[in-house]
Ligand binder design. Structure first.
Ligand SMILES: C[S@@+](CC[C@H](N)C(=O)[O-])C[C@H]1O[C@@H](n2cnc3c(N)ncnc32)[C@H](O)[C@@H]1O
Length: 256
């Protein structure tokens, strides 16, 4: 999925709300930040985490964000414009213009699953990481990402179309073996799943609904079917039968 202007705006709204705040909290709790560290966020999007890390590592540290989407980086630049210890680079994770063994921490949120051939990117992240550095990743188990409420056949059609939005539906399961092969140790996975039963204006459900609707149409699902699905979601909420589940997983590891 390409994060063009419209999708970037939806994605940044997700990052502003519960889904974004809760995962940044999980990362900050596990990343073991110290003053003076160099930290990189891979696929930094609108720069929320880059901004928070910048404050966490202080003036002598560095908070770097990379993202290939110019729309996302523009928003990140705007968010971080008053911070001096920030570097935002427009690039993909497999080719980062940073010297070997520069980073004390490498983090990424809902990004690695969008990279088709992930090995070159993981090798690149290892190259820029110091010995004893920590890697902290959040990716979603997309098989468990689901709306509940609409009639099953239509709901299945929309979710089936959405599978094409990323290359790795269950990356947290594969990541353990891939990191181990690269020499990472003490690899741990933590469940960050959540369920919400409303569609209020800041809920991730409402923004993910828009994302699925847009994506399903790009995959050939008719506009009428998508409108019908959204109306059914709305009715199911009124009938107190609405639900949305997501299953992010936090993976941590040390490079020895
Ligand atoms: C779902 S967004 C997540 C943004 C941010 N990490 C957050 O949680 O708010 C995924 C981001 O990954 C970026 N991305 C896609 N392919 C990438 C690649 N090969 N290397 C680095 N970033 C990539 C996209 O441009 C997008 O901004």
């Amino acid at each position: 999925m390409k994060f063009d202007k419209e999708l970037s705006i939806i994605q940044q709204k997700i990052a502003n709300g519960y889904a974004g705040v809760s995962r940044r909290l999980a990362i900050m709790n596990s990343i073991e930040l110290e003053i003076g560290q160099n930290v990189i966020d891979i696929g930094c999007g609108g720069g929320h985490l880059v901004q928070e890390i910048s404050l966490g590592v202080g003036e002598n540290g560095k908070s770097i964000g990379i993202d290939p989407s110019e729309d996302q980086l523009k928003a990140a630049n705007n968010r971080c414009k008053d911070l001096k210890n920030i570097e935002l680079i427009c690039c993909t994770a497999d080719k980062i213009n940073i010297e070997n063994s520069y980073c004390d921490r490498v983090t990424s949120t809902q990004t690695l699953e969008y990279i088709e051939d992930i090995e070159p990117s993981l090798n690149e992240l290892k190259r820029i990481s110091k010995k004893n550095s920590k890697f902290v990743n959040i990716s979603i188990l997309w098989d468990y990402f689901r709306f509940y409420g609409p009639e099953k056949k239509l709901n299945d059609t929309i979710h089936e179309a959405f599978r094409a939005h990323c290359f790795h539906q269950m990356l947290p399961l594969d990541l353990v073996g891939k990191l181990s092969t690269l020499g990472y140790q003490n690899i741990q996975s933590e469940n960050l799943s959540y369920l919400i039963t409303n569609r209020d204006k800041n809920s991730p459900a409402i923004f993910y609904e828009k994302m699925l609707a847009k994506f399903a149409m790009s995959q050939g699902v008719s506009e009428n079917a998508v409108i019908d699905w959204q109306e059914q979601l709305s009715r199911s909420e009124k009938d107190k039968k609405f639900g949305f589940t997501s299953f992010p997983v936090l993976t941590t590891a040390y490079l020895k």
